[in-house]
Design a protein around this ligand. Structure first.
Ligand SMILES: [Zn+2]
Length: 68
């Protein structure tokens, strides 16, 4: 089965396919394109974690305010 990079359509090596499994973002990238998108991916993950943290904090604060 051939895996092609979504951006430059180059064939992916086994190592590159493994990289894509480590960073599942719904698209396949070769090592070169992957590194270009790495910042994007990290930003996305940071945003998701920040959202989760905000929800958790809001729940805690909300609960406290209601009991007061
Ligand atoms: Zn590529």
């Amino acid at each position: 089965m051939d895996y092609l990079c979504s951006e430059c359509s180059i064939g992916l090596s086994k190592f590159e396919i493994k990289l894509n499994k480590l960073y599942p973002i719904g698209k396949l990238y070769c090592e070169f394109c992957q590194s270009k998108h790495e910042r994007e991916i990290i930003t996305k993950i940071a945003e998701i974690e920040a959202d989760m943290h905000n929800d958790y904090t809001r729940d805690l604060l909300g609960g406290k305010n209601e009991t007061n």
